[in-house]
Ligand binder design. Structure first.
Ligand SMILES: N[C@@H](CCC(=O)N[C@@H](CS)C(=O)NCC(=O)O)C(=O)O
Length: 199
């Protein structure tokens, strides 16, 4: 199995989730500008969409899209999804929210067409992080006491918030520290040569 990633990009979520699941993968770094892999291949031949993450699974099929990869990993590691009747659907609801309402806003932060657009994106991100903070159990994770794959995705968004020099809502600061205390998060960071960001 091979995970195609770029350090600190959204592929870090699947990287963390694979560590949490105890699934062994080869890691292949991708240069997102040149679309070349570290081992000299044309990444567009692997994922014609040209973005990470991509996961080559047994049999050679390549899975793409954060939501799909994280759901796929949680199906192989059931401890990474809530077990209630609506558990998987609730987690997909969260993954879709993080993907479309948070992750996508960072496109406007990293490549804004104007200062006003960047400011608008930060406002939306702030509102949506507050929404998640309000529903999160104290000392817990997004869905309660246990860590699930959606937490790995939210971790990436919080890293981007910190690197954009925006405040992480007070209610999420302890959560960020808890995430960075997890062995799987530390291992994925080390593989990607990244430092923790919690203060
Ligand atoms: N819809 C995709 C978006 C993935 C995405 O935005 N990947 C970024 C890194 S965080 C990327 O590889 N961008 C390079 C590009 O689009 O050329 C998903 O959710 O997996």
């Amino acid at each position: 199995m091979k995970l195609y990633f770029a350090p600190g990009a959204c592929s870090l979520a699947s990287h963390i989730a694979l560590h949490e699941a105890g699934i062994d993968v080869d890691r292949v770094k991708v240069d997102l500008q040149s679309k070349r892999t570290d081992d000299g291949r044309d990444f567009l031949q692997i994922n014609p969409k040209g973005y990470v993450p991509a996961l080559e699974i047994e049999g050679g099929e390549v899975l793409t899209e954060n939501v799909a990869l994280l759901d796929w990993i949680s199906q192989r590691a059931p401890q990474l999804a809530p077990t209630s009747e609506l558990g998987r659907t609730r987690q997909l609801e969260l993954l879709a929210f993080i993907s479309t309402e948070l992750h996508k806003q960072f496109g406007r932060v990293f490549k804004p067409t104007s200062d006003a657009e960047k400011q608008q994106a930060f406002e939306k991100i702030g509102q949506r992080l507050d929404f998640l903070a309000d529903r999160m159990a104290a000392d817990g994770y997004l869905c309660g006491e246990d860590f699930y794959v959606a937490d790995a995705y939210l971790y990436v968004v919080l890293r981007w918030t910190v690197s954009s020099k925006r405040p992480v809502p007070a209610a999420l600061q302890g959560y960020l520290r808890r995430l960075e205390g997890r062995a799987a998060v530390r291992q994925a960071l080390a593989h990607e040569m990244l430092e923790p960001v919690a203060g």
